[in-house]
Ligand binder design. Sequence first.
Ligand code: KIV
Ligand code: ZN
Length: 517
Amino acid sequence: MPTDKIIVFDTTLRDGEQAAGTRLGAREKLEIAAQLARLGVDIIEAGFPISSPEDFQAVQLIASQITGPVICGLTRAIKKDIDAAGKALAKAKKSRIHTGIGVSDIHIAGKFKDEKYGKTLKAKKDKTIEMGTKAIKWALEYTNDVEFYCEDSGRADRDFLYQIVEAVIAAGAKTINIPDTTGYAIPEQFGKLIADLIANVPNSNKAIFSMHCHDDLGMSVANSLAGVKNGARQVEGTINGIGERAGNASIEEIVMALHTRKDFFNLKTNINTKEFYRTSRMVADFLGMPVPANKAVVGANAFAHSSGIHVDGFLKERQTYEIMKAEDVGSPKSEVVLTARTGRAGLKHRLKELGFTLTKEELDQLYEKFLVVADKKTEVFDEDLMALITDEIRTVERYFELEYLHVACGTGTLPTASVKIKTAGKKNVSTAAACGDGPIDAAYQAIREAIKLSPKLESYAIKAVTGGKKALGEATVKIVDETNTRFTGRGVSTDIIEASAKAYVDAINRMVATKLK
Ligand code: KIV
Ligand code: ZN
């Protein structure tokens, strides 16, 4: 008999980070993991340890420092993957290995073309079961908490799915993940699949079924909830719904649906929903993927009422147009305002309240930046602080540093920029000047000339972090190198041209850091 508790499995740091053009450093991942722990997720999928030495180290770091949630690592059904995950997770208080294999005919026939997997589809399917059960056995050598994913369950042959699920439960898997890898499922049909699995797999009562849905057709949250309604007791997703292609199911949406519609689901989670807004903002900032204003639960307009009829109704009785309260998801009413007189201790205190624990060195550096902003802006809001922190703890090596920027522009003048760029390990500073179509274009031209690199600028966005004319500007740029790999850079400043130049240099630093590895 399923319980009334829904286990929340967060994969922001694994599936989320797979989103095109995003790469997090270990320090940023650790900070997000700490925030996810505060949010109250039950499981943090910290990465895919075999995929790169950086991912291995990040999983190791999170496993050794974050307590509370179970720390999980992803693997394929391959021994060396499982050994890497086992090692990366060794220091975790509670660890899980998440292993699995493609189970749809499309995956089996497409991935296991080689005859060593069998000559016929039937033989390849038998081999798939064998590989899956062996993987469970290897994973059990590291932890007794093993989850098995049946990749592309949404398009799998039903009888084969029953067979492999039965076999991996018998082999010791405690959680069975039924991913809709390609976002193909329809809620009614996917819910029924879970009900059918529970009814038809003889040992289904020995495992928890998990939903892992992608958003290609915009139905990931609906599919996840349909699964839950039919007996799944774990949901997987990401903050802000980031992830492969159109993304994963958004955790804040699933959880708020469960909480707001308790009358319908009658289920609970361990989530402290008041941490949603802060978590969302941190993930958006670190990944350089802004949250659309109309995004459910955490978008800037999610609780904004503008049309006359709505505002009138809302002011008379909140419930007329609101089904959740902004406070319930921690949406900010930025009451705390810091000024240049706040002092280091005050800043440290506020940072702690916001959930950040910086090293002394980081705090010192942040304080310098805080003073510059406080002098210019007079008042520094929580959102400004978050933007500055993101800047501070981005762990990418600063190979190039913007030392000086001067831009001249105006009606009837040709925008020109001059820059001085310091290169790590070199004494001399490179200088360059250039003209452009506008001030930012001129600055980018000058930077390219100074550093002798010309990555293609794919996108550029600037936004005000807070309201008012003294707001901090936050620029996000995406550049593409010659292999078509994308790098995201971010910069903040009260001067938007400086923020834009910093973002460009940050993206270039990320590109260079990858090449130097
Ligand atoms: O979407 C998917 O199938 C996955 C698995 C690796 C769990 O991300
Ligand atoms: Zn996925």
